[in-house]
Design a binder for this molecule. Structure first.
Ligand code: PEP
Length: 275
């Protein structure tokens, strides 16, 4: 059965602005004609030039993090509105590197999700257990805690703007992909949580992506699993040939429907600002 599919590339702290525009010029013709939208999450300094070069392509540009405040005396930080004006349509929040290297808490990630929705930037909320938590049989507990805390208070009508990425920490950048069984079980569990949070219709429609050592050789079987609506790709997104191959494998055959994109989606319901 055809299903919506998302392919998100996360460049992390790689590529200068010049390298970013070269990349887009090289990638665009390689994925021309594929169905759906390709999301590229690039470093801050590459957002504006990448967004400019991505016009008229099926690539949208986003960021990898943002502050939870609208603005303020926060040296070195960046606000959602700044990202939006630069051309970002989405932002990755709660990536495991932010949680584990920079100590971001569930409470902070929750505030960032609310801020992103308020600033009309589509949040891609990353969740995932460590190997220690998996070995202790705590995967479901961790996923539930991360989902419920991050999405607390998000109105049902905003659910259509959310994307969730399940990324087991032990599979990120390690070359160790989770087994298909593990991926399907985790995604079914995340879907149950989202349905509990937002109801069957809204919770059932939130895309859930898998991330963790995705490559051209394993992407098709991963996306075949129940409740997998696409992939978040780190290392393998850095090279245009490899990334284009991933896109072609799951969105090139014409079997997949076009995704709802930030360019066409309705803006989130405006809520009164709390400041
Ligand atoms: C990531 O950065 O979110 C990621 C999944 O990285 P990799 O594909 O390199 O494991």
């Amino acid at each position: 059965m055809a299903k919506n599919v998302y392919v998100v590339g996360n460049w992390k702290m790689y590529k200068t602005a010049r390298e970013a525009t070269d990349y887009i010029e090289s990638l665009a013709p390689k994925i021309e004609g594929t169905k759906g939208m390709i999301y590229l999450s690039v470093p801050y300094t590459s957002i504006a030039p990448a967004a400019h070069y991505a016009k008229e392509t099926n690539i949208v540009i986003g960021a990898q993090n943002m502050n939870d405040a609208r603005d303020g005396a926060f040296t070195g930080e960046i606000a959602g509105l700044m990202l939006k004006e630069a051309g970002a349509t989405f932002v990755i929040l709660g990536h495991s590197e932010r949680r584990h290297i920079f100590g971001e808490s569930n409470a902070l990630i929750h505030r960032k999700v609310l801020r992103a929705l308020q600033d009309d930037i589509q949040p891609i909320l990353c969740i995932g257990e460590t190997s220690k938590e998996r070995d202790a049989g705590k995967t479901d507990e961790v996923l539930k805690e991360q989902l419920f805390s991050a999405l607390d208070g998000v109105p049902k009508e905003d659910a259509e703007h959310l994307i969730v990425a399940y990324e087991p920490v032990w599979a990120i950048g390690t070359g160790k992909t989770a087994t298909l069984k593990h991926i399907e079980e985790a995604h079914l569990f995340c879907r149950a949580c989202l349905t509990e949070l937002f109801g069957k219709k809204q919770g059932g429609a939130i895309p859930i992506l898998y991330g963790g050592s995705v490559k051209p050789e394993n992407v098709a079987e991963i996306v075949d699993q129940k409740e997998v609506n696409g992939v978040l790709v780190g290392g393998a997104s850095l090279d245009t040939d490899t990334f284009a191959e991933i896109v072609q494998k799951i969105a090139g055959g014409g079997a997949l429907k076009k995704t709802t994109t930030p360019k066409t989606r309705k803006p989130p319901i405006r809520r009164k600002k709390k400041e």
